[in-house]
Design a protein around this ligand. Structure first.
Ligand code: NAP
Length: 485
């Protein structure tokens, strides 16, 4: 395994356009920071709108040839990408930890998860089916074909620097689309490294273009309004997603939107508490709480509240906070000072409204953006953190008495990404799963993300699904040919 300095020095820092690494138009750069120390890791190119246009030009130029490339060939490039990521997981994980902060073990988990999207879509590339239908009047035939939508614009957030891109690039490559991807300004390195690795895996020039920039809106809006891109896939906050949907309306651009969450986690009185505590730890603390799937509100039946809260508090108190590169660290820093202050404000607001901290509750010491793992009891439903994504290691507990009350509280949000529920009663499990307004349900488990399953939300958590057998559909157009016999 390489050293910290070696992995940073081995990472490309320029824009990747048309198969070439190029400096930004005006030579501008942006600094990438280690959130555990606040120190600059390196500088990467800061693209201008002209660079964005050059990237789209390259994607458009490569589209026809790429769409005509045999599916097996596209699949094998994805398969090789999976293999290279797996072989180099240690270095890729270290690079991710340096730019994003999560412990190396979690970064390794994300690299494996991201690589799995490439393996999954390598298999899907050769299963793009069509159809043959006899017209109802018997006189004609319908041929159904599924074709690549065309050049795509992909925008990803900082919290999963590799997986959120892999979840889009995998199906786009499998479908035969070219693309311009813009990773988050705070975590561009994992994506730049992935572009290098996909080139090594055989991806032709122009299929994947990467622009890193501090001017996300200035670079991406002209591309969204350009008319040559045919698809926009975005993962990020609901507020930015809404803006992008408006911009996409101009060209009636197809969109996939993976937006914010506010996941409820319900623990019923008949739950297996071992599973419920394990599930809550995973749903809350995966990625240090900086996940769209994070359990944001934990509703526990009053009969088991005392036992559940004391066991959860014990587990949260035992977590070691520190730099993600250090051995034994469970929780890294938050991404930046703004996020740390937001978490502190949400906790202060809940406490002012009557919540009781059972552990943690404040900013942790150190130069980086650390926050102590926190459990809050008696959180009133009026607290701001019941409505807003916390994006930090804070578990708010609220008691309920009846199933109806639990479901009502769980659904009382504009978000609908994922809900978790813990119960041993099968009828209740199915009944409540049907009533919860969410795209995904974790039933007696605290994780739903799986490349082989359709990931996505309802309500203001988004549009479309990523992964699973339907994930490739987001990058395919259905065409039908009416055949006269
Ligand atoms: P964000 O602020 O919405 O940013 C996401 C991406 O959009 C970044 O690349 C950002 O660039 C870019 N962006 C910002 N403003 C833009 C604009 N006007 N035009 C074009 N692009 C723009 O979200 P974030 O803080 O990075 O990520 C956290 C959010 O993502 C949370 O709400 C979380 O729930 C959500 N998320 C959802 C899923 C899901 O699958 N549903 C998965 C992960 C995260 P810059 O980095 O330069 O600002």
């Amino acid at each position: 395994m390489s050293s910290e300095r070696e992995v940073v020095e081995a990472c490309p820092t320029e824009l990747f356009i048309g198969g070439k690494w190029v400096a930004a138009d005006g030579g501008e750069t942006l600094a990438v920071e280690d959130p555990a120390t606040g120190a600059t890791l390196c500088d990467v190119a800061d693209a201008s709108p002209a660079d964005g246009k050059a990237a789209l030009d390259a994607a458009v130029a490569a589209q026809a040839e790429w769409a005509a490339t045999p599916p097996r060939e596209r699949g094998e490039i994805l398969r090789r990408t999976y293999e290279l990521m797996t072989e180099r997981a240690d270095d890729l994980a270290l690079l991710m930890t340096l730019e994003m902060g999560k412990p190396v073990a979690e970064s390794k988990g994300e690299i494996a998860y991201a690589a799995e999207f490439f393996r999954w879509f390598a298999e899907e590339a050769v299963r793009i089916e069509g159809g043959y239908q006899i017209a109802p009047n018997g006189s004609g035939r319908f041929l159904l074909m599924r074709q690549p939508v065309g050049p795509c614009l992909l925008i990803t957030p900082w919290n999963f620097p590799a997986a959120m891109g892999a979840r889009k690039i995998g199906p786009a490559v499998a479908a035969g689309c070219t693309m311009v991807i813009k990773p988050a300004a705070q975590t561009p390195l994992s994506m730049l490294k992935l572009a290098e690795l996909m080139t090594e895996a055989g991806l032709p020039a122009g299929v994947l273009n990467v622009v890193t920039t501090n001017d996300a809106g200035g670079v991406m809006e002209p591309l969204i309004r350009d008319g040559r891109a045919r698809k926009l896939s975005f993962t990020g906050s609901t507020s930015v997603g809404r803006k992008l949907i408006e911009q996409a309306a101009d060209q009636v651009l197809r969109t996939s939107m993976e937006l914010g969450g506010n996941a409820p986690l319900l623990v019923f009185e008949d739950a297996d508490l071992d599973k419920a505590v394990d599930g809550a730890m995973l749903a809350k603390m995966r990625n240090g709480g900086e996940a769209c799937t994070s359990a944001n509100r934990i509703y526990v039946h009053s009969a088991v509240m005392e036992e559940f809260s004391s066991r959860l508090t014990e587990r949260m108190t035992a977590l070691k906070v520190g730099r993600g590169t250090e051995a034994g660290v469970d929780v890294g820093p938050l991404i930046d000072g703004k996020q740390r202050d937001k978490v502190a404000d949400l906790v202060a607001d809940a406490i002012a409204q009557g919540a009781r901290p059972l552990t943690g509750g404040s900013v942790a010491e150190g130069n980086g953006y650390f926050f102590q793992p926190t459990v809050l009891a008696d959180v009133p439903v009026t607290a701001r953190l019941q409505k807003e994504e916390i994006f930090g290691p804070v578990a708010p507990l609220t008691a309920f008495e009846t199933e109806d009350e639990a479901v009502r509280m769980a659904n009382d949000t504009e978000f609908g990404l994922v809900s978790y529920l813990f119960t041993k009663d099968l009828s209740r499990a199915l009944r409540v799963s049907e009533r919860l307004e969410a795209g995904m349900i974790g039933l007696n488990q605290g994780i739903v993300s799986n490349p082989a399953a359709p990931f996505g939300g309802v309500k203001q958590s988004g549009l479309g699904r990523e992964g699973g057998t339907v994930g490739i559909d987001e990058y395919l157009e259905l065409k039908y040919v009416a055949v006269s016999l």
